[in-house]
Design a protein around this ligand. Sequence first.
Ligand code: 3HC
Ligand code: NAI
Length: 738
Amino acid sequence: MAQYARGAAAVAVIRLRNPPVNALSWLLVTEPLISFSLTVLQALEDGLKRADADPSVKAVTICGENGKFSAGADIRGFSSPRKQGLGLGPIVSLIERSEKPVVAAIEGIALGGGLEVALGCHYRIAHVQARMGLPEVTIGLLPGAQGTQRLPRLVGVPAALDLITTGRHIPATEALKLGLVDEVVEENTVEAAIRLANKLIGQPLGPRRLSLKPVPKLPNMEAFLSEALAKVKKRAQGCLAPELCVQAIKAATEQPFADGVRKEQELFNILLTSGQAKAMQYAFFAERAVEKWTTPSGASWKSASPQPIRKAAVIGLGTMGRGIVTSLVKAKIPVVALEQNLEYLNMGRNAVMLLLEREAMKMEQGAQALDFHNPARLQFAVDFDVLRDVDLVIEAVFENMALKKEIFSNLSRICKPEAFLCTNTSALNIDEIASVTGRPQQVIGMHFFSPAHVMRLLEIIYGRQTSPTTIATAMQLAKVMKKVGVVVGNCFGFVGNRMMFPYSQQAVFLLEEGSRPEDVDQALEDFGLKIGPFRMSDLAGLDVGWRSRKDQGLTGPSLAPGTPARQRRGYRYSPLPDLLCEKGRFGQKTGKGWYEYEKAGGRTAKPDPWVHSFLCEYRNAHQIKTRFIDQEEILERCLYSLINEGFDILAEGIASGPEHLDVVYINGYGWPKHRGGPMFYASTVGLPNILAKLQKYSEIHPDIPQLRPSAFLKKLVAMGSPLLNDWMSHLHKQSNKL
Ligand code: 3HC
Ligand code: NAI
């Protein structure tokens, strides 16, 4: 609801109240679930009318309860059926039309519809710590309460385009520079707004009504907008919202306000019904759902309390360790960084300093805020004795079980008894690592993604004995580092890499059967993945997988003599990646891999005729008939095998719900958010369709077990393909059709 009260003298105060973020409802619906938030909008309208009708009220202030203005429309309302419209737009117009000055007092956040309400006000005062933005694009929409028409009139087209197409939140100081707010205060914002409102009584409001202002002209507006559209389309990779945001802003530059608003509505409705908005809103709530972790043994976020981390350590300053140190420093946690010897330590130190300099430049208050030259904040060492007083250690040495065990055994001896010991492994067994310590309950996997200071995902892997406190502490640390922590169980590859395995495997099998690396990558990138499997493999280095396959005895000297070239343990195997590695083709680092590059370390992948003829020779040597493989088959074999593994992961209890898998894929593997994650995507394709295709491909390729439909997928289909939210409740139910 919204509370109406009288401020000092003649100022009415309308306070938006709907905890926790004062969300406003967008649709008039009758569902009891959101009828509470409907009253916010209704009460705002009532408050405005009441202030207008009361002759003793001369000015109005709008603010939010609990130090937050508003996070905008209630996102849950978008998926409810629309009945009759009580839109936010008309209320924003009502505010603007008021003959009494209206001042927005922005504290905490003013986002989406919240900021649009503020844009309807005649003046805006923000607290110095407030953040503002129009993040609708991040949930598949555009600002639909006239924001695309008012913002360009206030801050100009380039700034409006930036804010609306990226959805970024900006601090009050930046908002002031842009002219988005009139004043920034450090004191009580509501009181400051009431004071300003009092001063404004009787002053003309015409010049303050944004709908009456022209959009500031640019000399080359048309060219500027077409260039912006092209840029946004390229960045969006199939996501519709950014493109439609540009169209709405274009309408503001070409049409009168009322027509622009009509265009905004038309575009908003296209997005609302596009399916992409639904997927992105699912992703929004999925990210919040995974914070509420549980484990099969009943441990959960509700009962476990995190321990404070006052000082941390990172062991190994290679690719991952450098980024992890940077993330910890950014989170203002004092860190000790360790290497195996002085030579590596110096290399690591230089790399960390470079990353931190760059991060400091990007940050609002610059290097001083990070304070990384202060040894109390960041210390480098080779002697493990410095670990005695740390609260938590993150090990990031080579992926080698013997080495990790040696390190954990030392840590167990040196670190104080209450310290937590974390391993950043890609796939190794957490229980085996924990077994060499005297405190397995405090050992946990923290799987970062490269580059670790950029990527948001953090898989948090509990072992058999990991305590709930340890999980809660790792999750809390993820939050402090601004990462998305996802709690998962212990199995080879955990969630992300385990699902990736059948996907990458299919990609290579497709090469054996007739595709070229660029065909496979293109199909998956057109689908929306940030990078296809072969470009990815070249980027990460083919040698990484090669080493792991050698360790597993799948290739190299430990392979039993006489093993068939294309078979391992009775199933199909492709030696293609091994053959490339044997030729020194490790990817970007060597200038050659699945593609060729301008030089070693080059980044521009060019299809390589050598690879094409190598593939032809390979097929001839193994008597494989080359066939044309269309995009549909590429997508189905790669994506459905990944999804199939996802169903097995759910059935084994490795993750507690499909949202977990989706959050992992969106934040760690470049899965397009507008497709909602692989499991959400499966639900949109339809489980019976996925099952039918897997059955078809597994009949054609009986030697690929990863294509055999998961028992859980079959069960869900037999139970009538319930909605994604209900999948887990069917896990242990009997199905009479099986
Ligand atoms: N609608 C419904 N619920 C919302 C919400 C919204 N707009 N914003 C946040 N919530 C809920 C979250 O789901 C969460 O619920 P839970 O406790 O049940 O999990 C709770 O509020 C707290 O949110 P967070 O956990 O995200 O809290 P943080 O403090 O980390 O972040 C925030 C707060 C910055 C406001 C963040 O929640 C956010 O970015 N919210 C979305 C803002 C947004 O996208 N607004 C645009 C809405 S669309 C719109 O306005 C259309 C208009 O143009 C017509
Ligand atoms: P890396 O080879 O780049 O760095 C490892 C570092 O550990 C080296 O600098 C090495 O000197 C140091 N080291 C080795 N033994 C040490 C010891 N006894 N004491 C202190 N330091 C020691 O390896 P990378 O890529 O950073 O991987 C580290 C871990 O992270 C591995 O387990 C890997 O599987 C995992 N990982 C790697 C990812 C990647 O993309 N590179 C992604 C996610 C996880």
